[in-house]
Design a protein around this ligand. Structure first.
Ligand code: FHN
Length: 479
């Protein structure tokens, strides 16, 4: 008996030693892992893998996103093949809606999968284009409303591996490239699905019928959509954002949205989820109706809120022409000037800018988009400090452009450079200006300044604008 006790206590002691050694080894591995992350500065937090036991606060989850301010939206799928044309006719409206707009039956549309062979797709090149533009994250359509999946889904045959001749996992390639280039990968995922028989497929020829329901929808949501989201998080993560859309269908409710929000967080506790997971968004204005609505940030679409929204997280998503998915005949491109100023406008109101590209069926980002992104990148090379990690203007609206802020600094984005070399800066009541300089001037040479009133300061600036689109003047301030 005693002997047995001794053997048991000896084995308990050695088990304890083993556990202590194990804990020590795990702790050591964690230290190395943290050191490794820091050394590489890979943009992924140490907390990425630890979330399960220690849920983060919303502020902690949102930190990288608030800092990033600028991301790339990618709408890519089978719709890039017709590129806006069906049966020889140019179909009006956005390209990724061609299945709905041209009344294409599921059996016809799904044949496009057999032609999807984007041999020029290069994930590293796409990520490089985003990174060079100064973008910090990419949101790509894992599945748009047409239901086609850009990854190897285990619950569907309607995906790039099983249904297309390309047979390469696009999201896997992007996930690797994003890790390599330290860009956060995020997925857009449509709740509405025009291909699935338990979702909106039976609604043909009006897939977007807002008054119809499918009695099997709950089955689709539980046994198709949720498993797909788990695949995306488990096999392609950790993800930055899950960006839902297509939530306006009659079959979707706010309680379902809240359930989905919690489900996604249970899979990856530090993930960020947009407000289209539930029913809270106010149309294209995109902001949530109430704080109780599901989702971490508002999603204005093709518009920028008129005023700054202190304390509210939001992201304006926008196209560069008039379509999200590629259309060969849409040449209505926004100018570089417009896009750079929109970026400053959005940052000055405390939001993020998610700027879209719609790659071709071959897998190329259209040249006009690349040209604009390159120009934005050149502006960001000099001025990124006035965008990343900034907050909304604390001095209200300014007549010549926009203002962004960081603790101790105001960034004046001057769109209309004064022809007389004098820039009046209003709204400074709360601030004592210590120094002013041009962000483009590496030496930070002081610009002369005089206080004209308690509220307004006059800066003497060079006659020629450092940048004809947006020259940034930095004010070092005390509050
Ligand atoms: O219907 C979609 C549309 O195709 C596109 O994906 C945009 C992007 O925000 N969202 C929807 C409309 O709100």
């Amino acid at each position: 008996m005693k002997e047995r006790e001794t053997i048991q206590s000896r084995s308990r002691a050695s088990a304890l030693r083993f556990r202590i050694n194990g804990v020590f080894i795990i702790a050591l591995l964690c230290v190395f892992a943290v050191a490794g992350c820091q050394e590489e500065g890979d943009g992924f937090s140490f907390l990425d893998g630890l979330g399960e036991k220690d849920p983060l606060s919303k502020d902690e989850r949102m930190e990288w996103w608030r800092d990033a301010r600028f991301g790339m939206f990618i709408h890519w799928g089978l719709y890039a093949i017709p590129a806006g044309e069906w049966n020889g006719k140019q179909i009006p409206g956005i390209g990724e809606w061609i299945m709905e707009r041209a009344d294409i039956p599921v059996s016809e549309y799904e044949k496009l999968a057999g032609q999807f062979n984007p041999v020029k797709f290069n994930a590293n090149e796409w990520v490089r284009i985003a990174k060079n533009a100064g973008m910090k994250y990419i949101v790509i359509t894992s599945k748009h409303h047409d239901g086609f999946c850009l990854w190897d889904s285990q619950v569907s045959e309607y995906d790039v591996m099983d249904a297309s001749p390309y047979k390469r996992d696009i999201l896997k390639a992007l996930s690797k490239a994003c890790k390599k280039h330290k860009i956060k990968l995020c997925f857009y995922h449509s709740i509405m699905d025009w291909h699935h028989p338990d979702a909106q497929a039976p609604f043909y020829p009006n897939y977007n019928d807002r008054n119809r329901t499918n009695p099997n929808f709950a089955d689709y949501a539980e046994n198709y959509m949720k498993p797909q989201l788990k695949e995306l998080i488990d096999n392609y993560g950790p993800l930055g954002v899950l960006w839902f859309d297509g939530e306006w269908i009659k079959d979707w409710t706010e309680p379902q949205g809240k359930d989905l929000y919690n489900y996604v967080l249970s899979l990856q506790p530090n993930i960020i989820i947009n407000n289209r997971v539930g029913k809270g968004r106010k149309g294209m204005e995109g902001l949530s109706k109430s704080e109780d609505d599901a989702g971490d940030f508002g999603t204005p679409e093709q518009q920028i809120p008129a005023k700054g929204l202190p304390g509210v997280d939001w992201e304006s998503c926008m196209t560069m022409n008039d379509t999200w998915g590629y259309k060969s005949f849409d040449h209505n491109w926004k100018s570089t000037e417009d896009l750079i100023r929109k970026l400053a406008d959005i940052a000055s109101k405390g939001g993020n800018f998610l700027l879209n590209v719609g790659p071709t069926a071959e897998g190329l980002i259209p040249e006009p988009s690349v040209e604009r992104l390159t120009a934005i990148g050149e502006w960001m090379d000099i001025n990124a400090e006035s965008v990343y990690g900034t907050a909304a203007s604390p001095i209200g609206e300014v007549p010549w452009g926009r203002c962004t802020a960081k603790p101790g600094k105001l960034y004046l984005h001057v769109f209309d450079w004064p022809t007389n070399g004098r820039l009046a800066v209003p709204g400074l009541l709360e601030f004592k200006v210590k120094k002013a300089y041009l962000l483009a001037d590496k030496k930070h040479k002081r610009l002369p300044l005089v206080l004209v009133s308690q509220n307004e300061m006059m800066l003497t600036v060079p006659e020629a604008a450092p940048d004809p689109i947006n020259s940034v003047v930095v004010l070092e301030v005390e509050q």
